[in-house]
Ligand binder design. Structure first.
Ligand SMILES: [Zn+2]
Length: 169
């Protein structure tokens, strides 16, 4: 089992509608993002109970983010923190960071009228994000300069999480 110790937090929007982690999981499964989690056993059982895909000796977790923040402020666990992400290839960030995504499409060019999801984060999402980020900074000793937007990762050709997303640590 690969173990990772994150040094960054990378923030995303999902660029889509407010859907559960399991739905994002199925999208990411189609893109081949799955990793097999085999231990610890109690964690494997937890993912199986949540509806993730059980396989021989473990469970497949495909959602690329470590956390998903829903419109109502609910934080849904994506992949375990100690498993590499599938959310930002640039700068090898999948191996160096915790990926958090907020449901919605906060880009005014891509989603001018809200047809692709929430146009801006809800206050419940922002409250949950702030709490989660401070918690992660504390447990992993991540400095605030290393809590970054996806678009600010060097060579990441994206506008994610969009211009309508404003956050300062
Ligand atoms: Zn992103």
């Amino acid at each position: 089992m690969e173990m990772r110790y994150p040094r960054y937090v990378v923030i995303h929007h999902t660029a889509g509608h407010d859907v559960p982690a399991l739905t994002i999981n199925s999208y990411h499964a189609q893109r081949g993002f799955g990793v097999k989690l085999t231990s610890p056993r109690y964690l494997v059982e937890e993912y199986i109970a949540r509806g993730f895909n059980k396989v021989l000796g473990g469970v497949i977790v495909s959602i690329g983010y470590h956390y998903l923040i829903r419109a109502d402020g609910t934080v849904e666990k994506g992949r375990p923190d100690f498993i590499r992400g599938a959310h930002c290839r640039a700068q090898n960030m999948n191996f160096r960071s915790i990926g958090i995504a907020l449901t919605g499409n906060f880009d005014s060019m891509d989603n001018p009228r809200g047809e692709k999801g929430l146009m801006e984060p809800t206050s419940a999402q922002m409250t949950a994000l702030r709490e989660l980020v401070f918690y992660l900074m504390k447990i992993y000793q991540i400095p605030k300069e290393q809590v970054i937007r996806h678009e600010h990762v060097k060579n990441a050709a994206t506008r994610c999480p969009g211009d309508r997303f404003v956050f300062k640590v």
